[in-house]
Design a protein around this ligand. Structure first.
Ligand code: FES
Length: 168
């Protein structure tokens, strides 16, 4: 009778140990799958690009650099105001424009256009860019990102897309 009790305890202990290992494995998988998925998902996502209108061609003065806003290429349904992005737009000819990202190439802070100095200035770490978007001084590793821009049916359109931000 005692042996049966010991065998029963042994079986129950083994069962609980195996159950514990199985539950630990399931819990580990429940945590690991979303983490691994979020790491590798960007590798398989297609880069979203879409032309966004930022205003009529005639509303921009030749030679002036102004800030324009537009909706991101792939806004999330619940993004609200955060789906808005911005660029510094300069009209350089009748139908020629240049559009610079407002995000600093260092860590992404919004840069300001100082018309009097003809410089873009970043308030975060003192990054400075010339009017052509190239780096004048400070930590930015490269110039400001330039969006493709076109005049189409009387509207200025910017090719909205995720902009590269690097720290090296
Ligand atoms: S984020 Fe602009 S200089 Fe650092």
């Amino acid at each position: 009778m005692k042996e049966n009790t010991k065998t029963g305890e042994c079986n129950r202990r083994e069962f609980l140990a195996k159950l514990s290992i199985a539950l630990s494995g399931i819990a580990g998988a429940l945590v690991a799958i979303p983490v691994i998925g979020s790491i590798i998902a960007p590798l398989f996502q297609k880069r979203q690009e879409v032309w966004r209108s930022v205003g009529a061609v005639e509303s921009f003065e030749i030679g002036a650099t102004v800030q324009v806003s537009f909706i991101d290429a792939s806004p999330l349904l619940w993004a609200g105001i955060t789906a808005k992005s911005a660029a510094w737009l300069r009209r350089v000819g009748e139908e020629e424009f240049i559009a610079f990202s407002v995000n600093c190439a260092h860590l992404g802070c919004p840069v300001r256009w100082i018309a009097g100095a003809k410089l873009f200035m970043c308030p975060c770490h003192g990054g400075v860019y010339y009017e052509d978007g190239s780096v004048a001084s400070g930590p930015p590793p490269r110039g400001l990102y330039q969006y493709p821009v076109r005049a189409n049916n009387g509207q200025v359109e910017i090719l909205a897309s995720p902009i590269p931000i690097t720290t090296t």
